[in-house]
Design a protein around this ligand. Structure first.
Ligand SMILES: [Zn+2]
Length: 480
C-alpha cells in the first residue's frame, strides 16, 4: 500500500496559498518574479560571511527570508500555484568550511531521501541522505565547495535534454522538430523516433513535464528513448515497427523558469485538453496529434511524479469512467500486466498498486489526492478528448523511493527501458496470441533454452509455451 496522506508535521506551518495578489508577497519575491535570471544576491549576504543563496539559473526557485548565523530560512516560491506544493532549487555559494542548516518555513518540502545535491552546477545529482525532518536539512561544505546546488529532487533542465540528444545526434532514426512555441517564445521540442508514416504498425506518444516541477519523469523519458535507439532486439523491433513521438518538456516555460507547474492557475497543462487550450504548447500538441494519429495514438504514455511521500509507481490507467466496469480498461490492463512481467530494472511496478489506486479513486466522487481527477473528465485522471489513446498509461513515478529502492537517474532510466520492453511484448501479443517477433525481446536464459516469466494475475491461471525466433530457444509465460 502506498501512502496518500500528507499530515502536517509538528512544528511546521500548515500549507498555505501564496498567490499573485497575496498581500504577504514582499519586495524580494517581487524582484525574483520580475527578474528571474538577474543577480539579486547582495541582500542575502549574511553579516560577516560570504554565504550567498542564489536561484539565478534555469529551474531556480527559492524565496530567502533571512540568514541567522548558520541557519538559513527559506521557502519555495509557489507563484501561480493553487494551494501548496514543494518544488524548489537553489545554489549556495561561498560556504566553504561551514555547516549550514536550511529551514523551510511554510510547509514540508524535503522528500524521504533528503534534498538532491549537486556539486557540478546541476549536471549530476545525488540524494543528500535520509531526511531527519520534512522541513529542514543540514549540510557541511568542503573547502572546494564554492557552489553547491540543492533541490527537492534532481533537476533536469532543457540543457540536460540537449546534452542527452547530443549523445544521440548521429542516430538517423531520431529527428528533432519543433512542436510550437511557448508563450515566452521558447521552441518546444518534438522528437520523432522510429519509423514515421503509414508503414509503422504502431503510433506511440510519450510526454513528460505537463507539470513542470516533475523532473524525475525526465530520466524515465531518457530511458524510454534510449531503448528505441539502442542496438538490441528491443531497439531494432521498436525502430522497425513503431512511429514514436516524444514531447519531453510540455511546459517548457515552467521547467526553465522553475515553476511548480502542478496545479497552476487557472488550470495546469495536464488539465488543458478540454475545450480550447490556453497554453500554446498544448494546443500545438493537440493539433499535431490530430494530424499524426487522428487524435488517437495506439499507446499514450504520460510521465509524472506524484505527491511528496508516495513510494509506489502507479498509473491512472485503470481508473474507469463513471458507469464503466473495470473491463473498460482491458487494453491498459494487458499492457500493465506485461510491464510487470518483463520489467528488469530495480524500481518495480506492481499492477496491484494501480488496482488499489483505481479502487480508492472510484470510492471517491471527488478527489484531492495526488494527480487527481478534474470534474468533467470522461475518464478521471487521463487526458480527455484528443489525448485519449487506445492504451492510456499515465505513470506516477515517485521522486525518491519506490519501496526501499532509491529513485536515481539510472534507476529511473531503467524503468523507462522497462516501459519500452513492455511496448514490444504487448504489441506482439506475447501474453495473448503470441508470435514470433515479440518473443525476440525476451532474451533466452544464458544456460538453457528457456526463459520463464511469472505474471501475477488474480483471476487467471494459464501457461503458455512459445518458440523464440532463434532456433531451439523457447520461453514460457506463466500467468498465475
Ligand atoms: Zn504530474
Amino acid at each position: 500500500m502506498f501512502r496518500l496522506d500528507l499530515p502536517t508535521p509538528k512544528g511546521s506551518i500548515p500549507p498555505r496559498t501564496l498567490g499573485r495578489d497575496d498581500e504577504d508577497v514582499d519586495m524580494r519575491v517581487v524582484v525574483s518574479r520580475v527578474m528571474p535570471f538577474a543577480l539579486f544576491l547582495a541582500p542575502w549576504i549574511a553579516p560577516g560571511a560570504e554565504v550567498r543563496i542564489a536561484s539565478d539559473f534555469p529551474g531556480g526557485n527559492i524565496v530567502i527570508e533571512r540568514i541567522e548565523g548558520d541557519d538559513v530560512f527559506v521557502h519555495q516560491d509557489l507563484r501561480d500555484t493553487k494551494g501548496d506544493w514543494f518544488y524548489w532549487y537553489f545554489a549556495v555559494r561561498g560556504a566553504q568550511g561551514r555547516e549550514l542548516t536550511f529551514h523551510f518555513t511554510r510547509s514540508r518540502a524535503i522528500g524521504p531521501l533528503g534534498p538532491g545535491v549537486s556539486r557540478d552546477g546541476g549536471r549530476s545529482w545525488a540524494w543528500l541522505g535520509r531526511r531527519g525532518s520534512p522541513t529542514s536539512f543540514t549540510c557541511g561544505f568542503g573547502s572546494d565547495d564554492t557552489e553547491v546546488r540543492f533541490s527537492f529532487g534532481m533537476p533536469y533542465q532543457h540543457a540536460d535534454l540537449m546534452r542527452f540528444l547530443e549523445r544521440h545526434a548521429k542516430k538517423p532514426c531520431l529527428k528533432r522538430e519543433v512542436l510550437g512555441k511557448t508563450r515566452k517564445g521558447r521552441p518546444v521540442d518534438l522528437l520523432r523516433i522510429g519509423r514515421p508514416g503509414a508503414r509503422a504498425k504502431h503510433k506511440v506518444l510519450v510526454t513528460a513535464r505537463h507539470h513542470a516541477c516533475e523532473m524525475m519523469a525526465s530520466y524515465v523519458a531518457e530511458g524510454l528513448i534510449d531503448a528505441f535507439l539502442e542496438d538490441s532486439e528491443t531497439g531494432r523491433w521498436l525502430r522497425e515497427h513503431v512511429d514514436c513521438a516524444v514531447v519531453p518538456m510540455v511546459d517548457l516555460d515552467g521547467v526553465e523558469d522553475g515553476d511548480q507547474g502542478k496545479n497552476r492557475q487557472p488550470h495546469d497543462h495536464k488539465a488543458d485538453y478540454r475545450g480550447t487550450s490556453i497554453y500554446p504548447e498544448v494546443a500545438a500538441l493537440r493539433k499535431f496529434l490530430a494530424e499524426w494519429a487522428g487524435g488517437r495514438p495506439d499507446v499514450d504514455i504520460d510521465l509524472h511524479n506524484p505527491g511528496i511521500n508516495h513510494d509506489r509507481i502507479y498509473t491512472h490507467a485503470l481508473r474507469a469512467a463513471v458507469g464503466e466496469g473495470p473491463e473498460s480498461r482491458a487494453p491498459e490492463r494487458k499492457f500493465l500486466e506485461t510491464l510487470e512481467a518483463v520489467q528488469r530494472g530495480p524500481m518495480k511496478f506492481r499492477l496491484q498498486d494501480s488496482v488499489d489506486f483505481a479502487a480508492r479513486m472510484a470510492a471517491k466522487s471527488k478527489t484531492a489526492e495526488g494527480e487527481g481527477a478534474t470534474p468533467g473528465d470522461k475518464v478521471p485522471g487521463t487526458m480527455a478528448g484528443s489525448r485519449d489513446g487506445e492504451v492510456n498509461a499515465g505513470f506516477e513515478i515517485p521522486y525518491a523511493l519506490v519501496g526501499d529502492v532509491p529513485v536515481t537517474p539510472d534507476s529511473a532510466r531503467a524503468f523507462g527501458h522497462d516501459i519500452a520492453r513492455a511496448l514490444v511484448v504487448s504489441a506482439n501479443g506475447i501474453l495473448g496470441d503470441l508470435p514470433e517477433a515479440g518473443a525476440s525481446a525476451l532474451h533466452p536464459s544464458p544456460t538453457g533454452q528457456a526463459e520463464e516469466i511469472a505474471v501475477s494475475h488474480p483471476t487467471a491461471t494459464r501457461r503458455e509455451r512459445f518458440a523464440l525466433p532463434k532456433a531451439g530457444h523457447t520461453a514460457r509465460v506463466i500467468i498465475e
